[in-house]
Design a protein around this ligand. Structure first.
Ligand code: NAD
Ligand code: WQD
Length: 351
C-alpha cells in the first residue's frame, strides 16, 4: 500500500515506517517537526535502503494535507499528537487544538481525497484508573486529564466517521507503555530534554545525564509498592501497525489493546536496566506523582485474535535496545554522528 504516515518523524512513527517499508509498503512522512526530527527520517532511509519522502506540514493545515493526499494513498497512519500529560494540564487548549482539531482536519482531508483507511494511535490513558487488570477493550473509559480526554474525543470522531461511511475503515490501537528502540541503535526515543516517562529517564540516569531516578511512590498496593505498567517494545508496536493495515483490507472499525499482558514495577524496570547496562541506577523514593495509578496492564487477546499479533520482546530486550540507543546518542538525535545527515526539506516540499 501507499501510506501517509502523519507524525512519522517521531518515536513510534519512525519505527513503524521501517517495519512498513520492510513489508513492501511505500511511505510518505508528514510531520510538522514540533517533536520529530529530519534525522529520524534520514535514519529510516538508511535502515530501509529507500529514500523516504518527507513533507513538513501540520495536520491542522487541511489544504496542505489535501494536496499531499491527492497524490494517491491507500491508507493513513495517524501518530501526530502532543502526548505529555502534565503539559496537557497546563495547556489544555493547545492539546485539544493540536490533537482534536488536527484529527478533524485529517478526516476531512481523507474524505475529500477518497482515502478510506486509517490506523490511529490511541493510548491506555483512555482507561484512567481501571477497575481491574488486565484491561479489556470494553472496560470503562475515563479521561482524567486533557491529553487522555483528547484521545477519547479522537477515538469517538473516528468511530462516528466509520458509522456514517461504511466504506471507511479504521484501527484504533491503544498502546500501553512503549519502550525500547530499534536494535541497530540508530533510532529511538528522543525526549528533547528531561524525560517524563520512566524508561528514557532511567536511560539518562544510566548514562550519567541525570543524577538519580525519582521513584514516584512506594506505597501503592503492588508487589513492591511501586507502580506497575505494561511496557511494550516499540518494534512490537511497529509490527502491529503493518498487521493493522492488512486487517483494514476487510473493512470495519477495530479497537485493539497493544500490550504484552504482563506488568512490571518501577523497581523491576530499574533492576532489569542495571542488569543489561552494567550501570548502577541510583534512585530515591519521593511522593506519588499526581494522576498516577497503581497498576495498568493489558489483556491483549483481542489483538492476538484479530491481527494474529502478540508481543515478541521482553523487558530485558527493551532495556538492552534502549541502552544501545542511549549509548550511541547520548543527547538524542542532536548527537547523531553515526551517519551523514541531509538538510531539512523546505516547508511543504517533498524530498
Ligand atoms: P512523538 O512526539 O515522538 O511523535 C509524534 C510526532 O507527531 C512528532 O514527530 C511530532 O512532530 C508530530 N506532530 C505532533 N503534532 C503534529 C501536528 N499538528 N502536525 C504534524 N505533526 C505533528 O510521540 P510518540 O511517542 O511517537 O507518539 C506517537 C503517538 O502515539 C501519539 O499520538 C501519542 O499520543 C501516542 N501514544 C504514545 C505513547 C508513548 O508513551 N510514547 C503511549 C500511548 C500513545
Ligand atoms: C511509568 C511508571 C510512574 C517516571 C504515560 C501515559 C500513557 C503513555 C505512556 C501516552 C509509573 C513511574 C515514572 C519517573 C517514576 N503515554 N515513574 N519516576 O504514566 O504509566 O503512562 O506515558 O499516551 O498513556 O499514561 O508512564 O513512564 O511516566 O510511568 O517513578 O521519573 O514509572 O509513577 O508508575 P505512565 P511513565
Amino acid at each position: 500500500m501507499r501510506v501517509l504516515v502523519c507524525g512519522g518523524a517521531g518515536f513510534i512513527g519512525s519505527h513503524a515506517c521501517v517495519a512498513l517499508i520492510a513489508q513492501g509498503h511505500e511511505v510518505v512522512i508528514y510531520d510538522n517537526l514540533s517533536h520529530g526530527t529530519t534525522s529520524a527520517v534520514d535514519h529510516i532511509s538508511q535502515l530501509s535502503g529507500v529514500d523516504v519522502r518527507f513533507v513538513q506540514g501540520d495536520i491542522r493545515d487541511r489544504t496542505a494535507l489535501e494536496a499531499v493526499l491527492s497524490m494517491g494513498f491507500d491508507a493513513v497512519i495517524h501518530f501526530a499528537a502532543l502526548k505529555i500529560m502534565s503539559e496537557s494540564c497546563r495547556f489544555p487548549l493547545l492539546y485539544f487544538d493540536n490533537n482534536v482539531a488536527g484529527t478533524i482536519a485529517l478526516l476531512q482531508a481523507m474524505q475529500a481525497t477518497g482515502v478510506q483507511r486509517l490506523v490511529f494511535s490511541s493510548s491506555a490513558a483512555v482507561y484512567g484508573d481501571p477497575d481491574a487488570v488486565p484491561i479489556k477493550e470494553d472496560a470503562p473509559l475515563r479521561a482524567c486529564n486533557p491529553y487522555s480526554h483528547s484521545k477519547l474525543v479522537m477515538e469517538r470522531l473516528i468511530e462516528e466517521v466509520c458509522e456514517a461511511r461504511p466504506s471507511f475503515s479504521a484501527a484504533i490501537l491503544r498502546y500501553f507503555n512503549p519502550a525500547g528502540a530499534h536494535p541497530s541503535g540508530l533510532m529511538g526515543e528522543d525526549p528533547c530534554g528531561v524525560p517524563t516517562n520512566l524508561m528514557p529517564y532511567v536511560s539518562q540516569v544510566a548514562a550519567g545525564l541525570q543524577d538519580r531516578l525519582h521513584v514516584f511512590g512506594d506505597d501503592y498496593p503492588t508487589r513492591d509498592g511501586t507502580g506497575v505498567r505494561d511496557y511494550i517494545h516499540v518494534m512490537d508496536l511497529a509490527d502491529a501497525h503493518t498487521k493493522a493495515l492488512e486487517l483494514l483490507r476487510q473493512g470495519g472499525c477495530h479497537v485493539l489493546n497493544l500490550g504484552t499482558g504482563r506488568g512490571y514495577s518501577v523497581l523491576e524496570v530499574v533492576s532489569a536496566f542495571e542488569q543489561v547496562s552494567g550501570c548502577r541506577i541510583p534512585f530515591e523514593i519521593v511522593e506519588r506523582r499526581p494522576g498516577d495509578v497503581a497498576e495498568v496492564w493489558a489483556d491483549p487477546s483481542r489483538a492476538e485474535q484479530t491481527l494474529g499479533w502478540h508481543a515478541q520482546y521482553d523487558l530485558v530486550r527493551m532495556c538492552a535496545d534502549a541502552w544501545r540507543w542511549q549509548s550511541m546518542h547520548p543527547n538524542g538525535y542532536q548527537s547523531a554522528q553515526v551517519i551523514e545527515l541531509r538538510p531539512a526539506a523546505p516547508s511543504g516540499g517533498l524530498h
